[in-house]
Design a protein around this ligand. Structure first.
Ligand code: TYD
Length: 140
């Protein structure tokens, strides 16, 4: 499948008024899953690479609520780089996509929503193992 059909760029509405902006993200409405977990990453800089894993069960929506970062997604055949640079922009990542997050601006606050609670066992952190799985090869 074309990688551009695997991830989705989401655009959230703004309920703001002259008091400021207000962005609401509701599970199963603005994003395609029920939200079970929220975490956020800040204090990373342009030298840091985070992520570097794929997930068998976790789906994510990434939102740079402040600042900017880049996400490289890889499905074993193709890769794409997406810049998160607006608080109203979300990036939906399905299971089994390899992802790296990097190029964090100093003021970056990267908010992440997920469909499941944390389970370290559903992570694939070895790229060669990931490639074997997505390419359907037998494990040695
Ligand atoms: P890590 O997976 O390296 O963060 P990322 O890949 O998103 O940059 O997570 C760092 C540590 O935090 C690791 O020991 C696992 C733990 N962790 C949790 O306990 N719960 C979570 O929801 C997340 C994302 C990480």
């Amino acid at each position: 499948m074309d990688i551009r059909e695997q991830y989705k760029i989401l655009e959230f509405g703004d309920l703001g008024d002259d008091r400021g902006n207000l962005v609401v993200v509701e599970g199963e409405q603005d994003i395609p899953f029920e939200i079970k977990r929220v975490f956020y990453i800040y204090g990373s800089d342009e030298k840091v690479i985070r992520g570097q894993h794929a997930n068998r069960k976790a789906e994510f929506v990434l939102i740079n609520v402040s600042g900017t970062s880049k996400v490289r997604v890889d499905n074993g055949f193709q890769e794409e780089i997406i810049e998160l640079n607006r608080p109203r922009m979300g990036l939906y990542l399905p299971t089994m996509l390899w992802k790296d997050m990097y190029d964090f601006s100093r003021d970056s606050v990267l908010l992440v929503l997920s469909n499941i609670h944390y389970d370290g066992g559903e992570y694939i952190r070895d790229y060669e193992e990931y490639l074997k799985e997505v390419k359907g090869l037998e494990k040695t």
